[in-house]
Structure formats: C-alpha cells, structure tokens
Write a protein that binds this ligand. Structure first.
Ligand code: MLT
Length: 215
C-alpha cells in the first residue's frame, strides 16, 4: 500500500509490457486490495493500479458522495472524477505505464463512467460492472473509438435496466465502441462477469495489435 501520491493505492507491476494496464475501482465499502485478484484473473500479466476511494460513508470508502442509494451528489461526482483523473496522470508518470482501462464495480464503475464523460483523455477504455448513469447532464465528451464493456444484472435491485441502457446510449453517442451485456444475476458479481470481461479484453488486445500491424 502506498500513500505518497494523491490517493492511497496499490500498484502491481505486470510482467507483460504490451498488456494495457488496468485501473481497478472498488465498490462501496471496498478498498485498494479488493479487485486485485479479479484484475489478475481478467488480465494476467498486466500492471494493476488500484486506488482507494476518498469519501467515507459510515466508515465505508467510496469514490463520491451520494444523497441516497442511486441518488448522487453530482457536484461531488464531478470533483472526485477530476481528482481521480489527476491521480491517473500522477501514477502514470510515477510508474511509467500507458493509459489504463478502468475495471470498476458498482460505485467504482460509476466513477469510471463519470471519468470517461468528464476527462475522456484519462482512460483507454472501461469495463463497467453494474454501472449506472453518473451525471444527469454530462458535457459532450469525445470518446471516439474508446472500447467500453458494460455488464449489468437483470435482477439488480439498485440499477433498473433502463438506467444501464441509458448509460450505454450516452457513451455510444460520445463515440465509444460500447458492448452492453445483461446477465441473469443481481448486483453481485458472478463467474460470468469474469469470463465475459476476460474474453472482451482479449478481443480488444487482438484488435489493437492487428490495427498496429496494418497501420
Ligand atoms: C453508487 O452509489 O455508486 C451506487 O448506488 C452503487 C453502490 O455503491 O451501491
């Protein structure tokens, strides 16, 4: 655990230099250690950068304040998304890594979506597990060609299907290359999330490599 940059975080250097690093963003009540096993399973050998959310809700770390479940303090979302994007810049400089793909779960997926809309240059893409619309009226972002995977749960008690669908449309309209999958599960992660995310990442890597060869 390091606390010498703006966010407490863990950094696990990968042994595959060509693999896109992952920015791991935990859910409410998680911390910087939570998603390391998931990151290793989804992207073996990739560098993993894992910050801790700076907001505490009854002692539970989060990435931004909320007024109630699913009702966000949007001023705080904006501020924290910018702070996190600044952290990514600091960490890339410190550890010498490329622009990461965010792998976020729940509150972590929501801040990743906010970062994509507010600071589109900060991330190379996103894997958003149980994400919802983070801002009612986001600025027009240019996410041209940025790959995004959204995985929702059909019986998620926190996120109505119409909300995750709206997020998919929002990111698509900003130019992102969005794949939206819905699983027969609730808010918790399942083995299928891991399998789908791993496969998606492998396809993204293959696509990037073939584009580099033909460029
Ligand atoms: C949020 O607050 O970001 C969402 O309601 C998900 C959660 O953390 O429960």
């Amino acid at each position: 655990m390091s606390n010498d940059l703006s966010h407490i975080h863990r950094f696990a250097p990968g042994n595959r230099r060509e693999a896109t690093p992952l920015l791991l963003l935990h859910g409410t009540g998680g911390d910087e250690s939570d998603l390391l096993p998931l990151g290793e399973a989804i992207a073996p050998g990739a560098s993993l950068l894992s910050p801790r959310g700076q907001v505490l809700e009854h002692g539970m770390p989060r990435f931004f304040r909320r007024l109630a479940e699913g009702v966000f303090d949007e001023d705080d979302v904006r501020r924290r998304a910018n702070d996190l994007a600044d952290f990514v810049v600091e960490a890339r400089d410190r550890y010498g890594i490329a622009s990461p793909i965010a792998l976020g779960y729940s509150n972590g997926a929501n801040i990743a979506a906010a970062m994509m809309l507010l600071r589109p240059e900060a991330l190379a893409g996103g894997i958003l597990l149980r994400a919802m619309v983070p801002l009612r009226d986001p600025p027009v972002a240019n996410l041209a060609g940025r790959p995004v995977l959204i995985v929702s749960g059909r019986s998620d008690p926190i996120i109505p299907p119409s909300n995750s669908q709206r997020l998919a449309v929002m990111l698509t309209e900003a130019g992102a290359d969005v794949q939206h999958r819905t699983l027969p599960v609730g808010h918790q992660l399942s083995q299928a999330d891991l399998t789908i995310a791993k496969e998606w990442l492998r396809n993204i890597g293959a696509k990037t490599r073939s584009e580099n060869v033909s460029a």
